[in-house]
Every structure is written in structure tokens, then in C-alpha cells.
Design a protein around this ligand. Structure first.
Ligand SMILES: Nc1ncnc2c1ncn2[C@@H]1O[C@H](COP(=O)(O)OP(=O)(O)O)[C@@H](O)[C@H]1O
Ligand SMILES: O=C(O)C1=C[C@@H](OP(=O)(O)O)[C@@H](O)[C@H](O)C1
Ligand SMILES: [Mg+2]
Length: 182
């Protein structure tokens, strides 16, 4: 296993999981509690282009978005003391999985299909990957994507937890691992 020189406590935290699982919301809350900078990769790309992710997909194509996503994650995963939320498709790319797992603490926010589907209506407009798909297609995507999130350092099922409870669980779990591995 590749070792890097960043002390365990200073490693950046990366949130992964399916679209709408709460990476952006929880990442921001955790960053605030830890007094760390928060970086949301989608928001960073949106500010660079001055466009929403949906508009970037429509005007420049998914491939260009994926390249920018990869470049930014490769850069920020080498920074210390950040909280980074990546898009739900980021872990499809091996280079992204590798850089995050080698340099950061990767936290998987898991959610059951039954809980997730209640969020579908609020997600579609801003998630181009969901647009024009039937509910059966989306369910298939949901289960297929589970495989890419299997590589992580910690995981939490958030079905019955609100934002505050999830954030606090993440903090408690990090504190335990910082004590154990210090
Ligand atoms: N634990 C939670 N309980 C209820 N709603 C949540 C929770 N976490 C996130 N949400 C809501 O789900 C939606 C998607 O969250 P978001 O943070 O954008 O997810 P992601 O970044 O993983 O796509 C938002 O409306 C957010 O307020
Ligand atoms: O899963 C995906 O392929 C995507 C997830 C989105 O991020 P969230 O997971 O934050 O919704 C965003 O990166 C883009 O719409 C593509
Ligand atoms: Mg997000």
C-alpha cells in the first residue's frame, strides 16, 4: 500500500455516494464543525464555467465535465485539512478512486433505494444523468453504482438520520479513528 507523508489527522476527507445521498449538504456541515475548508467539486466546476452542471452537460458534453472533475479531484485530494464532496459519478474513474483512497479518508454516504426515491423529484432538474430516464432505469443505475462506492474507509447508512445526526456521526467516527491511528 502506498504511504504518504500527511499525518492521518490532517488527511482531507472525501464524501462519496449516489446523487442526492447528501454529500454536498453533509460535507459542508462537517467542514464547519471541523473548521476546515469545504470544496464541492460540482460547485467548483459550476463557478469556473458560470453554468449549472446541467448546462455544462448540454453545452460542452459529459466527457468534458468528467475531465474537469478528474483534474480537480486529483489536485484537491493532495491538499491536507479539506473536506471534499465529489459528484456521484466521480468514482467511476479509476484515477479518481486511486488518488482519493491513497491520499484521503473516504466516507461513503449510503442510502436505501426506498429512502432515495423520495428525493427523486427534487433532484432531476439539477442532475442531467437522471433526466429522460424511467424509474426502472434509475433503480438499475442506483444498484449498478453501488459497486463503485464499495472502496471506502468508512460508511454510514443515512436512511433514518437527519443532516445534524449524520454530520455528528461522521465527526464522532473521525475522532475515534484519529485516536486509534494517531
Ligand atoms: N440526512 C438527510 N436527511 C434528509 N434530507 C437530506 C439529508 N441529506 C441531504 N438531504 C437532502 O437531500 C438533497 C440532496 O442533497 P445533496 O447534499 O445535494 O446530495 P448530493 O451532493 O449527494 O447529491 C437535498 O435537498 C438535501 O437537503
Ligand atoms: O452521479 C453522477 O454521475 C453525477 C452526480 C452529480 O453530483 P451529486 O452526486 O452531488 O448529485 C454531478 O456530479 C453530475 O450531475 C453527475
Ligand atoms: Mg453534490
Amino acid at each position: 500500500m502506498i504511504q504518504n507523508s500527511v499525518p492521518y489527522k490532517e488527511k482531507s476527507i472525501v464524501f462519496i455516494g449516489f446523487m442526492g445521498s447528501g454529500k454536498t449538504t453533509i460535507g459542508e456541515a462537517v467542514a464547519k464543525k471541523l473548521y476546515r475548508d469545504f470544496i464541492d467539486i460540482d460547485q467548483t466546476i459550476e463557478s469556473e464555467y458560470g453554468l449549472s452542471v446541467t448546462e455544462i452537460f448540454n453545452q460542452y458534453g459529459e466527457e468534458e465535465f468528467r475531465e474537469r472533475e478528474k483534474a480537480l479531484i486529483k489536485k484537491y485530494s493532495l491538499h491536507r485539512l479539506k473536506v471534499i464532496s465529489v459528484g456521484g459519478g466521480a468514482f467511476l474513474q479509476e484515477e479518481i478512486r486511486n488518488t482519493c483512497l491513497e491520499n484521503c479518508i473516504v466516507f461513503f454516504l449510503d442510502l436505501s433505494w426506498d429512502s432515495w426515491k423520495d428525493r427523486l423529484d427534487i433532484l432531476v432538474e439539477s442532475r442531467p444523468v437522471l433526466q429522460g430516464r424511467s424509474i426502472d432505469d434509475i433503480r438499475e443505475l442506483f444498484y449498478n453504482r453501488k459497486g463503485i462506492y464499495a472502496l471506502h474507509n468508512s460508511k454510514l447508512n443515512t436512511d433514518d438520520l437527519n443532516v445534524e445526526e449524520v454530520s455528528q456521526y461522521v465527526i464522532d467516527s473521525l475522532k475515534t479513528s484519529w485516536e486509534l491511528y494517531n
